[in-house]
Ligand binder design. Structure first.
Ligand code: GN1
Ligand code: MG
Length: 356
């Protein structure tokens, strides 16, 4: 964690120091470190300070340009539509003393955005909020369908399952911390590989020219939306991974967390089932949000997308486990293995539920 005086000095490069009294941790993302900037005598923060993980997002200039393009595009459309309360519906990044929306301090990159007033995050979903989320992420893709500026692939091959399987192969070959000794680890390798070809359908179709890429959010978790106090979706957040991808990214990754009746890292696999009520509610909202963009191929493969994402996440957690936990923050040594088991269970449950 970062030293408080350092945090305050960084924050003061973006906002007036009268707005900064204390800086406290916010949220539970696995990649960046997020803080709220509190002003004296105020209950709610006005700003959010974030340390950008530049091991993951190696091109911070491109990262911020992507985000500014996307937020600017959405803001202009909302303004043109006469929408109310726009500052609570789209993120706004604050310019630093450098004139850019980030600063580099030592070897670290930082940015500040406005805190969205009276907003809350949720970890649990209801059919209603799943429907709203489907609609919101569908709208998000539709709103971005006519972006003219280039949006860079900020993490190349981010949701490319063939690439993730290749990374797993590399981890297995390197076995840097000796985790391949374990029987269970080898069993998972086999289970994953047996389905690799079948699960690589999206990349096969893309190569055949049958599946487009669109600007997607690519981290559509429940906790990447802000809700108002009445449970209505206000705003989509965590725009770091916005990039060209298959729509399967947004559809599948949302359900990976939302339709899971257990936790992403649930040690009790009995808790993990695929909630079809949430699936159907999300599907309904998503289809309503994307009427003019989806092809019939994309629509027909949405059930595949809902299976692909737990599968891909299992591959990613598992490769990180074999690599000795270099990517995802872990709370205990077996954490990535526990996550792998949990995602695999979810994958199996999704397959069964969706083939009924
Ligand atoms: C990461 O940091 P967070 O929790 O928003 C990851 C996602 C994974 C997720 C698993 C850039 O997102 O792809 O699905 O963890 N983001 C990146 O919880 O790798
Ligand atoms: Mg997040």
């Amino acid at each position: 964690m970062h030293d408080n005086n350092l945090l305050i000095s960084i924050a003061s490069r973006f906002v007036d120091s009268t707005q900064i009294s204390t800086i406290q941790p916010l949220g539970n993302g696995l990649i960046n470190d997020t803080y709220k900037i509190m002003a004296a005598g105020q209950e709610q923060p006005k700003y959010v300070l974030q340390h950008i993980n530049d091991k993951v997002f190696t091109d911070v200039e491109l990262l911020q340009r992507n985000i500014e393009t996307v937020t600017g595009h959405i803001r202009r459309k909302y303004e043109a539509a006469g929408m109310s309360d726009i500052d609570r519906r789209v993120l706004h990044f604050v310019k630093a003393d450098t004139g850019k929306t980030y600063v580099k301090v030592g070897e670290e990159y930082w940015r500040v955005m406005d805190f969205i007033a009276d907003s809350v995050t949720q970890e649990a979903v209801t059919p209603q909020s799943a429907y709203d989320a489907g609609r919101s992420f569908g709208d998000f893709e539709s709103l971005l369908a006519d972006v003219k500026e280039p949006i860079g692939e900020i993490i190349p091959n981010f949701h490319n399952i063939e690439f993730r399987l290749h990374q797993l192969d590399e981890a297995i070959a390197a076995d840097p911390v000796g985790r391949m000794k374990d029987h269970e680890v080898r069993d998972y390798v086999k289970k994953i590989k047996d389905l690799a070809n079948e699960m690589s359908l999206s990349e096969q179709l893309y190569r055949a020219g049958k599946l487009p890429k669109r600007i997607c959010h690519c981290d559509t978790k429940v906790n990447n939306m802000l809700f108002d106090k009445n449970g209505n979706v206000l705003c989509i957040i965590d725009l770091d991974t916005v990039m060209p991808s298959f729509v399967f990214s947004d559809f599948g990754d949302f359900l990976r967390s939302a339709a899971n009746t257990g936790a992403e890292d649930d040690p009790n696999l009995g808790n993990i089932h695929f909630n079809m009520q949430i699936y159907n509610a999300f599907l309904e909202g998503y289809l309503e949000g994307t009427p003019s963009i989806l092809t019939s191929m994309e629509r027909d493969l949405l059930p595949y997308a809902a299976c692909l994402f737990p599968y891909m996440q299992a591959v990613r957690f598992f490769a990180d486990y074999i690599n000795g936990d270099t990517y995802y923050k872990v709370k205990y040594p077996e954490h990535n293995m526990v996550r792998t088991r949990a995602q695999w269970k979810l994958f199996e449950e999704a397959k069964v539920s969706l083939s009924k």
